[in-house]
Design a protein around this ligand. Sequence first.
Ligand code: HEM
Ligand code: HEM
Length: 175
Amino acid sequence: MSKPRSLHDRNNSFGWLSIGLHWFATVAIILMWFIGQSIALQSIEQIDARRSLHVTLGLIVWLPLVARIVWRFKAGHPRVNGQTLMTHQLAKAAHYVMLLLLLVMLISGPLMAWVMPERSALSEIAFSFHSFAAKALAVLVVLHILAALKHLMFHEDETVARIFVPRTEDALDDE
Ligand code: HEM
Ligand code: HEM
């Protein structure tokens, strides 16, 4: 009989908390990215409304996204069974860079929206950080998805499966 699935991460497995945060963040980031990207494309009458939509959604997802970053750095990064140390370090580094870029967005966004006067030199700097981090994160997310697809198609490992369901306690006991 299988035992309950884990909430927390284990040595080689993500728990429900990490899995929930990963997919919540994925939906939030993709939505924020497309809405953010569409702001500058609006007509003069529509631009404020679109910017407000981006800022309001940003306010709603801000805390869970910060929690997601803190949680990953605090909980560490489980290694996939059978993965070489080098691949593990590479994946870990890429994941941490994505989280740092996300942090830059979560700091620069509110600075622009609420702290700095519009069109001041400081708000221009915050915008440059926000805009650069958005582009860099988009490139890394595309590479990240390609890496996941590569694992799905060419490797017989648990890289993709483990971000959907934690391993059962039984499977862990079998180690
Ligand atoms: C998930 C995190 C976020 C992503 C992926 C994101 C994405 C973007 C993108 C792609 C742009 C357009 C940049 C450009 O034109 O080069 C943008 C602009 C902007 N974002 Fe964010 N953003 C995020 C979080 C936030 C937050 C939390 C706030 C504030 C609460 C915020 C406020 C703004 C503002 C004020 C602009 C400038 C709009 C303008 O006047 O053109 N963003 N964002
Ligand atoms: C459809 C989109 C996505 C797919 C298919 C996907 C796939 C995956 C997979 C398979 C893993 C597990 C890797 C391993 O076992 O070591 C993972 C982990 C991770 N992914 Fe994604 N991912 C997506 C979107 C994103 C986005 C938008 C971000 C942006 C921050 C992201 C950041 C991370 C991070 C930081 C990890 C490490 C575990 C964690 O902290 O959640 N992913 N992803």
